[in-house]
Design a protein around this ligand. Sequence first.
Ligand code: NAD
Ligand code: MG
Length: 388
Amino acid sequence: MQRIAVLGATGSIGSSALDVIARHPERLQVCVLAAGGRVDALLALCERHRPAHAVIADPECYAPLRDGLRARGLDTQAHCGDAALVDLVASDACDTVVAAIVGAAGLDSTLAAAAAGKRLLLANKESLVLAGELLMRTAHEAGTTIVPIDSEHNAIFQCLPDAHAHAGLARIVLTASGGPFRGRAREALAQVTPEQAVAHPKWSMGPKISVDSATLMNKGLEVIEAHHLFGVPGARIDVLVHPQSLVHSLVEFVDGSTLAQLGLPDMRTALAVGFGWPERIASGVAGLDLLAHGRLDFEAPDLDAFPCLRLAFAALAAGGTAPAVLNAANEVAVSAFLQRRIGFLAIPALVEDTLAALPSTPATSLAALRDADAQARRYAGQAIDHKA
Ligand code: NAD
Ligand code: MG
């Protein structure tokens, strides 16, 4: 029996993970559920999945969580805050961790899972962008298996099953849907609204990653993510826009072979790979009927309309603290855009300004990375306040 902690349980990835888990009661069991602040949603999940532990980040939600569990007659233990979550993730309460908190808020729990040698189903890409070297080193030293829960990286993971394959790897090609604004010129993006930005044509996801998909920052973060997960330099990572979102990424080898993984755009496939690997287990996702889809299209990304992708490549090339600064400025900008405080085109502008204002320094420690993250949040926040 695999005992599973689902972090970010009330989110999009969290609910897909719980769907897959519920299909395999004989081998998968929910032991920890963690969420940010939606107590009612977390309580409903506790009632359904009966975990031993439930963790809420927001301190004001602790009493309602504890009382709600009691009122429902559940013996789930209530906890509050990141420190409690880190302890639980590292404890023997679980052996598999689904890291699906959004943003840098997921860093500590992800690192704790990596250090504790758990099977780590890693959706929280921001922790890899912020502290990729440290996270990969920590996982390596602890013998942690990381299965990427990002459709592209999960595809690459499936195409690169062993170290021998890595040796002949020539290039990674990440596919991108292009988001809701694919094909639009830069000028046409000035007035787009948060509602339009989160209406993704192919994937149903949380608000932050949906905006990242609309700016192509998501693909930029994924380039950095791929660099850390697979040890490939940015110069050998390409991005190809593929509007149908059926080819989830490709791996090219030195002998001219290209392998790809295909499937319907549904994260339950990646999650089932994560829980079952190296075995294959059912995910609830139907097989792919290529005849029904008819065609697969590919085009180059438009870096003029979507400069975030270029900024991410530049941050990866600069190294050191630059990716942490990129990620933090982007989190602040996306949040301000969702609150209608800034326009869509201000997102890349703000990220670019923050990167220019805080030149990269060597990322010698976690403290240095956290410091860069905090400085970037401060700088970007002040820049927004000045404009507002
Ligand atoms: P979401 O907004 O739907 O859910 C986020 C979850 O994180 C919620 O459960 C929320 O309660 C929790 N959370 C937020 N702040 C928290 C905090 N401070 N402490 C504890 N929990 C907190 O987001 P999502 O779309 O599920 O994405 C989650 C992560 O997975 C992101 O890093 C995203 O980039 C990645 N990802 C998502 C998808 C997808 O299809 N949704 C695909 C690939 C990668
Ligand atoms: Mg992805």
